[in-house]
Design a binder for this molecule. Structure first.
Ligand SMILES: *Cc1c(COP(=O)(O)O)cnc(C)c1O
Length: 502
């Protein structure tokens, strides 16, 4: 029992040791009455290879000890059930419990992907209905639900563009990306066999159309743009941008990760987008983080439909659904079976629960971001001043005078009980604080967040050391993040005990 005692003054939950340290011979989780029948010896019931005389180091603990152990461990992790996740660009909204209920229904959770289509009509109907909802929201013509994440959606989308342009005679060479783009965009371009060419944002934080006109030529396959962009600003010239590209035979790809600012209000097809992905694990409320499953469906205009991944779910005139894999121009499969089906079910439950009222969710998301912007503008530098959509990007310019950076402020926020916001992105804002509350948060929660951020701004001015050494309330304070990623200690070693885990 070393950790808890050595760290006097620390909260027991944060100081919880290893389960092995609580063990003592003879402790039991439960007491059963003596048998009144002959006991069955393990050797009578199990094949020999499964028998062991003893299990070395197996912990012996009481029921309350084991319950407390795991409950305390669970408090080391932050969760949306504990508080706000203001991570910009991530849209960490609440995932309503009803979505979980629906995804676990018999006949959904237990369906086998190899079930014959005649017996899988219900599940195929779920897929078809979700496709229709996404097409309604984006204004596009056809969809694939296969991609398992936003980044895979991007790759699928670019492969569609490549296949289409190839069918027109030449795949072309270059994809243009604004300097505010998410890191997955240039990575996708490279994997799809294209060259990245950066285009600079103008002083207001938007695509510079004059510059775009100069750059676009017959080598350019597409422009990849996030809209609203990663500054949380709507690209107001987007229709003109699309015209410039189309006139040169290029395509407009939209990274739809920020659809939480548009759903129910603006359809990307109406401003000239040819292909885009959606992050169901962002806009459509399915849980994400920690590398769990996601879904990055891709929606396209008519001219790209023949290239969609196979199989495509097709509705016959009598209403039956079939899987069509006879599509000679298809780019092929991008994922096994039907994508992350459970995620798709949750997203459909969310979408149908709102219906057209999804517009309200979008408006509330934008309202919350602007409420926070208004509350924090007197305390933090706002480098780009155009109206914010669903997120707002400040910089640490004022706090830097005291040696305090965005990373320090983010760490200090943990002490106030909030998950940090997104730091250091977008790259065009040095020392960025990227904040996205989502519509899930009430005014009261937004006020708590604003209070915490104001308190930290004051601390930065009056007691910078406190902020620079935060967090102070957690099990471990500042990690060497590089060492933690490169040399993680994942295995408990009895000899070194808890020292190694620190
Ligand atoms: C989250 C995000 C992505 C990548 O999505 P993943 O599902 O994490 O692969 C791409 N672009 C933007 C703008 C994002 O916010």
């Amino acid at each position: 029992m070393t950790t808890a005692i050595k760290k006097a003054g620390r909260h027991v939950s944060q100081s919880e040791g290893l389960i092995f340290e609580k063990s003592a011979p003879g402790k039991r989780g439960m007491e059963l009455p003596a048998l009144d029948v002959r006991p069955v010896e393990p050797a009578e019931a199990l094949p020999e290879e499964y028998l062991r005389d003893e299990i070395a180091g197996f912990p012996e603990v009481s029921e309350i000890e084991i319950v407390r152990h795991f409950t305390r461990l669970s408090t080391w992790n932050y969760a949306i059930d504990l508080g706000m996740y203001p991570l910009g660009s991530c849209t960490m909204k609440y995932n309503p419990r009803v979505n979980e209920y629906v995804a676990r229904l018999d006949g959904i959770a237990t369906e086998h992907p190899y079930q014959p289509v005649e017996l899988a009509q219900g599940c195929l109907r779920i897929l078809k209905t979700l496709e229709k909802c996404l097409l309604e929201i984006t204004g596009m013509d056809a969809a694939t639900l296969q991609p398992a994440a936003g980044a895979q959606g991007e790759l699928t989308g670019l492969l569609l563009i490549r296949a289409y342009l190839t069918s027109q005679g030449h795949p072309r060479k270059v994809v243009l990306i604004p300097d505010s783009a998410h890191g997955t965009n240039p990575a996708t371009v490279t994997i799809a066999g294209y060259e990245v060419r950066n285009i600079k944002s103008d002083a207001r934080g938007q695509i510079d159309v004059a510059q775009l006109k100069q750059i676009v030529n017959e080598d350019v396959a597409a422009l990849m743009v996030t809209n609203p962009n990663t500054l949380g600003i709507f690209e107001s010239n987007i229709a003109e941008v699309a015209d410039v590209l189309h006139a040169a035979g290029a395509q407009l790809y939209m990274d739809g990760a920020n659809m939480n600012a548009l759903a129910g209000i603006a359809r990307p097809a109406s401003f000239g987008v040819d292909v885009m992905h959606l992050n169901l694990h962002k806009t459509f409320s399915t849980p994400h983080g920690g590398g769990g499953p996601g879904a990055g469906p891709v929606v396209v205009r008519k001219h790209l439909e023949p290239f969609l991944p196979v199989p495509v779910v097709v509705e016959k005139p009598d209403g039956t659904l079939v899987l069509d894999d006879q599509r000679p121009q298809s780019i092929g499969r991008v994922r096994a079976f039907f994508g992350n089906f459970g995620v798709l079910v949750r997203a459909l439950a969310y979408t149908l629960a709102y219906g057209p009222r999804i517009r309200q969710a979008t408006e509330d998301a934008v309202l919350n971001a602007n409420y926070i912007r208004h509350g924090l503008e007197p305390y933090y530098e706002l480098p780009y001043k155009l109206p914010s959509m669903h997120e707002v990007v400040f910089s640490d310019a004022r706090q830097r005078k005291y040696g305090v950076t965005t990373m320090d402020i983010a760490k200090r926020l943990i002490d106030y009980g909030f998950h940090p916001y997104t730091t250091a992105f977008p790259l065009i804002v040095p020392g960025a604080l990227m904040i996205e509350p989502t519509e899930s948060e009430s005014k009261e929660e937004c006020d708590l967040f604003i209070d915490a951020m104001r308190a930290i701004a004051e601390e930065a001015a009056t007691n910078p050391e406190l902020v620079k050494t935060a967090p102070h309330s957690t099990r471990i304070s500042r990690l060497d993040e590089v060492a933690a990623a490169r040399k993680p200690i994942l295995r408990w070693k009895p000899a070194e005990s808890s020292e190694a885990a620190d």
